[in-house]
Structures are given as structure tokens and as C-alpha cells.
Design a protein around this ligand. Sequence first.
Ligand code: SF4
Length: 554
Amino acid sequence: MAATSERASTATTRRKAGRHRGEGQWGVGHHTPLNGNEQFKKDDDGLNVRTRIETIYAKAGFDSIDPTDLRGRMRWWGLYTQRRPGIDGGKTAVLEPEELEDKYFMLRVRVDGGRLTTAQLRAIGEVSESYARGTADITDRQNVQLHWVRIEDVPAIWEKLEAVGLSTTEACGDCPRVIIGSPVAGIAADEIIDGTPAVEEIHRRYIGSKEFSNLPRKFKTAVSGSPVQDVVHEINDIAFVGVDHPEHGPGFDLWVGGGLSTNPKLAQRLGAWVPLDEVPDVWAGVTGIFRDYGYRRLRNRARLKFLVADWGTEKFRQVLEDEYLKRKLTDGPAPPEPSTQWRDHVGVHRQHDGRYYVGFAPRVGRVDGATLTRLADLAAAHGSDRLNTTVEQKMIILDVEKDRIDSLVSGLEELGFQVSPSPFRRGVIACTGIEFCKLAIVETKARGISLIEELEARMPDFEEPVTININGCPNACARIQTADIGLKGQLMLDADGNQVEGYQVHLGGSLGFDAAFGRKVRGLKVTSAELPDYVERVLRRFEKQREDGERFAT
Ligand code: SF4
């Protein structure tokens, strides 16, 4: 008893000490760095590392890189060291970073709004072939990730990408990450409003600017004026969702404070309607609140969602209006539920100008440089100059005339892409996993591909929309909490007592209709070997027990 009360009193003292030190919020005068990340950001802005990469590191090689730049600031330019091959998941938590990492980098190319021209896709394909051993993955935030990049090649890669208007600026790090946007913005026949000008203006004004290059942690933005709501706005730090205001017309409903990982939270509406031309200012106001009032003491409490949860939406909106915008926002209605459950735009769809867009499905976002170049050629040969990426690791070719569709669909199939894929190919996404990620515990991409193949063979008649998201560790890069079946990688014992790769199962998550996080099924873990059997069992049970119109998540 005495020990218990002593422990309680120590914990209380610690909590009080924590309060006394504050949360490191600049806006209330706490400017002393409270952890190593805050210290290195204060010592030198992450954006400044580019000069050192160009003038020192690319010339003198990997071993010349300052460790704080290597594991900290280089992220501001989309660079992470990748996992050394052959290190199993059991070592992830015990090895030092320098033992886990290879002398090669993952390089993330930001694709704001998911918008790519054929010239840009070709440039990525060529960079992949020349400098990244042919690797290229479409991520679930519309970016493209390359692997096996040497520091010596980074300046040449930047030159090539920047020549076509692409960049890796703030693709990672504690700063505004890629702005995800509807991949059919400006073309969809059912669009409420085209958010592209806002995406471009936020990028032009603020990406690479030191105004927001030192945020408490990463900051994720989503903009969509599509009734499909195709940008997972519920799990972004800030989101602008298309809505028709009864008096003012089309504009955006403002959401803040969504995010996954530890303590997942769905974004909340501030009840404000924002016209298109005010989106960049409102974005800057919310980002300013995060910069100034966001928590900087503990990394796992440094996302905007914690501030929103503590303040509540009323106070958040008031601070935004009074301190940042210096005016009141207009009240506005909630957007209606999304008009379809699939939000990936796969298939052939008519544009408002009478042409068509064609969405197709790579498996778990895995493509390669040579294929990307061929894709660009294929699109160009069919009269299109645009190929956009989606947040489901899929792609879309835009602006196709009706009489070219059949030929394009055949060409895509020759490249291994399906326009009418199975629900499994459509619904499975996977994070980077143990192949390249230093935090990973298990394999993900290859597992996702083999799971798709197994399910297609076993359940050829299954037609329900289903999402199966695979993560290689307890982080949430593949949004497992939002999937019908979420699989969180971990090591476990199989029936014979051997340590093997497996997954903790989350069931029943969803976005869009009745957004909710999946339930972690107590004690329910499956080994990788058991995975196809397990998923098949769950889906067959659903098929058997479902009532008319019932979705998997309900
Ligand atoms: Fe790496 Fe984990 Fe993110 Fe997957 S979820 S990419 S394993 S950090």
C-alpha cells in the first residue's frame, strides 16, 4: 500500500513538473527545446541541409554526413536512410540506428494533388532507372517513393525532377507534407468545386518557406471538392471538403485534428465554410496555430490532434479567427455522405468535358521505373498528358477520347494494370515494410501481393468493396485503423512455438460512411502463413451473414 501511494505521489510530482516546464508551446513563451528533435530544429532549420548535401555530402560521400543531418534534417528534403537488407524484424527494436540503416536512401517525391504530367512521370521513371535500381512505389498519400538512392546522386536527381516542376521539398520532416487532393479535380462530371487553385497556391506560398519549416511534427493537408470525398480527409491535420453552401454556393467545409498512429483521432469540423480563394489564408492560420501552440515536449503528443482534443473545436475556431485571421469565418453546413463507397476512381468514367478518365490498379502501389516510363508513353499515345495518383495507391489517366478507351485499356493490361480489378486488388494497400523501412517488423508489399493472388484464386465471385490495409509495424502508414480488415505487423509464436511474422487484426474500420476506427480484436493475431485462410474465413462469414445493403464495416 505504502509503495503504491509512493508511486502515485511520484507520478503526480512528475506530472506537475511536466506542467511547470510546459509543453514547449512557443505561443505561451516556451522556447527552450525539450527534446533532441526540438534542439536540432532550433540549431539549424531543416531546409538548410540542402546546401550541405550539394556542396559537401554528395561530393565526399555517405560517411561525411553529420549524424544529426543524416537522421534529422535530411527528411526536410525527402531523404531517409533505408533498412540494411537481411536484418530481421526481431532486431528492429534492439539495434542502434547506425546498425539498422544502410548507406542508401529512400527518396520521397511529393506529388501535390496527385497531379502528374506525362513529362513528370517520365522524369520519375528515368530517375528510378538511373539512380534507384528501378524502384518506384505509389504511396497512399499520392507520392512516389524511390529506393537505393546514393547521396552522390541526389543533386542530379533534384536537377532532373525540378526541371519538370517536381520536388522533394518537405516531403518528410516536421513541416507541411504533400497536400493531397482529389485526383479528378477539375474534370469530374459530379464535382462540387475544383480545389486545384488552392492546392497550388498553398504550395507556391508556403512549401519550402521558413514560416512553417519548424512545426512540432508532421502536418498533413487534404483538399477535395469531389462528392466522392477521395482524400481521406478524416485523418488529416487539416482538410477542406467540398460543400455547397445554401447562400454562398460551392466552397469548403473546414476540418482539423485528424491523425492515426498512437491515439488515432478523426478530424473534427469547425463548422466553417471557406470559399476557394480564402483556403490558403485559412490553411496558414491553422498551420500557424499548430506552429505556435502545438505541443513540442513529447513526440508522441506533438500532432495537432492533441491540441484540438484539449482545446475543443469552439476554442480552436475562436483562436483561429481572433489571433490569426482577424475576422470571423462564415458558418457552413456539413458535406453530405460520400456518393460511393469506393473512392479510388478505378474504372472508366466520363469527364464534364465529354472525354473520359481511366483509373487502374497497380498492386499495393508497387510499380517500377521502366513501367512508369511506358505508362507515360501509353497515355501520350492515347492523347493524354496527365496521369494522377490516388490515396489508394492507384493511378488515373485523364482526358481520353471515347474512341481511344478500348485501346488504352488493352495497353494498360499489357503493362499489368487492370481497369476492372478484383475487389482484392482494388482494396489491399500496404506500407513500405521490412524491405526498406528501418522501423518495420514484418514484410508487407510482397505479402499484400500474394494475399491478393490467393484471394482472387479462392474467391473469384466475391464482389463487395473491402479494404485490407497492411502495416509493417505499430505505426499507421497504411491506415490500418480505417480498414475493414487492418493488419498490424508484429512477431508472434506459431503453433509449434517458433517466432514468425504475423499481424494483430483490427476489424470494422471505415472512412466516409459512418467513419470509425476498427476494433482491435482482443488476442486475435494471425501468422503470415495463416493470413489467406483467415481473411477468406472472415469474408465468407460476412457474405453468409450480411443483410441486404449491409457493408462490411457495419
Ligand atoms: Fe515503416 Fe511502420 Fe510506416 Fe510501415 S507502418 S512504413 S513499417 S514505419
